[in-house]
Design a protein around this ligand. Structure first.
Ligand code: ATP
Length: 250
């Protein structure tokens, strides 16, 4: 049966596919009160990802984070009812142009919102572990929402075997080594995003190319420091630094 038109949970109607990830397909939906929602439907063998996303996304309450509202089931598959993030996936928006050259103010606001969202997660000792342009949705003015908590977990979480979390181009060196991750590992991903915005390229091994002269260069260097013990690891401090170097009022 087609998923569009089906009613799931407490009167939530699936409308159309919004996106697809490696663990799920996500539908735009409308709830019983007429509120726009998203429903993330996992493949049955990714049930553990749904549980992880519910565990770490349910208690969040920040305007720049998608909120996990409730678990639902769609045709026997585990699924989650989420708040809907308006806008365009960052990767699509900036696929063909360096964001900081062509759309500087909007992209800086996106990074500031991303750092605000990460600060909220980190205050709760949760690490996102998959900061990348596919997991950020931005409105035309740059206002942004961070989504996808199915790899998230407590800072310093260990696994039975070394586990490489995240997406190659945005992975910190410690993540590539399979070490437990902390807030500084998420900030490395923000650094790669900043480098992508400045240079329009991710560079080899996910490390941005040598920075051209830009007021944001010191922040780029602090966020992409390979040694995690020397890297800038505080999202609020990074946000403050970003706004100061960029000369932004917000
Ligand atoms: N709450 C939401 N509001 C709007 N769009 C969303 C929402 N959640 C997900 N999407 C869309 O669905 C896509 C896939 O979502 P998500 O990244 O959470 O899936 P995933 O299976 O965990 O992906 P992966 O692990 O490969 O990153 C997103 O890139 C986005 O386009």
């Amino acid at each position: 049966m087609p998923l569009a038109g089906q009613v799931v949970g407490e009167g939530v109607r699936l409308v159309r596919p919004l996106g697809r990830g490696s663990h799920s397909v996500v539908y735009f939906a409308v709830d019983a009160e007429g509120q726009p929602r998203a429903v993330k439907i996992f493949e049955p063998h990714f049930a553990a990802h749904a549980e992880r996303e519910l565990a770490h996304g349910a208690g969040l309450d920040h305007p720049r984070l998608v909120q996990v509202l409730a678990p639902v089931t769609v045709e026997g598959r585990p699924a989650l009812l989420l708040t809907y993030a308006r806008g365009q996936v960052l990767f699509t928006r900036y696929a063909h142009r360096p964001a900081l050259t062509f759309d500087r103010r909007a992209y800086l606001l996106t990074l500031a919102h991303l750092l605000g969202a990460l600060g909220h997660l980190h205050e709760r000792s949760v690490v996102h572990r998959d900061v990348k342009p596919e997991n950020i949705i931005a409105e035309p003015d740059g206002s942004a929402t961070l989504l996808d908590f199915d790899l998230s977990g407590p800072a310093g979480e260990t696994f039975a075997a070394p586990t490489r979390m995240g997406t190659a181009a945005f992975q910190s060196p410690e993540s590539r080594r399979g070490e437990p991750l902390g807030p500084e590992s998420d900030l490395y991903g923000v650094g790669i995003l900043l480098g992508w915005g400045l240079h329009g390229a991710l560079g080899p091994q996910g490390v941005p190319p040598p920075p051209a002269a830009d007021p944001l260069d010191p922040l780029l260097a602090a966020l992409t420091e390979p040694d995690r013990s020397r890297r800038l690891g505080d999202a609020a401090e990074a946000r403050e630094w970003l706004l100061r170097l960029a000369g932004l009022p917000y």
